[in-house]
Design a protein around this ligand. Structure first.
Ligand code: HEM
Length: 154
């Protein structure tokens, strides 16, 4: 499990025009649907282009570099919590996301995804990664097994 403490200076983010925030993420703020339409759970159509040839979901919109690449084992189960811990000494909000991602191996999932985001994610300029950790989380156990047996034995 990868844990990241990601601060998001919301006092700046909240002043940006809604259309810019939606382009930055690739999703609508009102209902979470992607900019190619449908509802929250409709898959985003990353190939969709406007009549003038410009992609509907920008090349650097967060959900594009974050999306799994076909044929690679870079799928993660994400479970994140937003936090707001009041104000920092400079008066800015101490707020952001406690991000967790679960996967078989971070070297094939979180790491390549984070590298793609580092190269071309429009959201990055609004984020400050403050802390990071990786945990090994053993499987559940069945009768007759011991904790982490499948990690310790072939
Ligand atoms: C404050 C930091 C972040 C914010 C506010 C944020 C926000 C979002 C939002 C709103 C979505 C679309 C809805 C969803 O699928 O959950 C999304 C998708 C996603 N994000 Fe983030 N994210 C952040 C950090 C990260 C980080 C650090 C990673 C991994 C390195 C990441 C990976 C992903 C992935 C894999 C998707 C799904 C893409 C897809 O398959 O469509 N995000 N994020």
């Amino acid at each position: 499990m990868v844990v990241r403490h990601v601060r998001m200076p919301l006092d700046h983010w909240d002043t940006l025009p809604a259309a810019h925030r939606e382009q930055t993420l690739g999703r609508r703020a009102s209902d979470g649907a992607s900019l190619t339409g449908g509802g929250e759970h409709t898959p985003a159509d990353l190939a969709a282009v406007r009549p003038d040839g410009v992609p509907v979901i920008a090349a650097n919109a967060h959900i594009r570099p974050a999306a799994p690449v076909a044929g690679r084992d870079d799928v993660m189960f994400r479970r994140s919590w937003s936090y707001h811990d009041g104000l920092r000494p400079d008066g800015s909000p101490d707020a952001g996301l406690l991000f967790t991602a679960w996967q078989r191996d971070p070297r094939t999932a979180f790491v390549p995804v984070q590298r793609r985001l580092a190269r071309g994610d429009a959201l990055s300029r609004y984020l400050v990664h403050e802390a990071s950790a990786v945990f090994v989380v053993p499987d559940g156990i069945r009768p007759g097994e011991y904790l982490a047996q499948d990690l310790l034995e072939d």
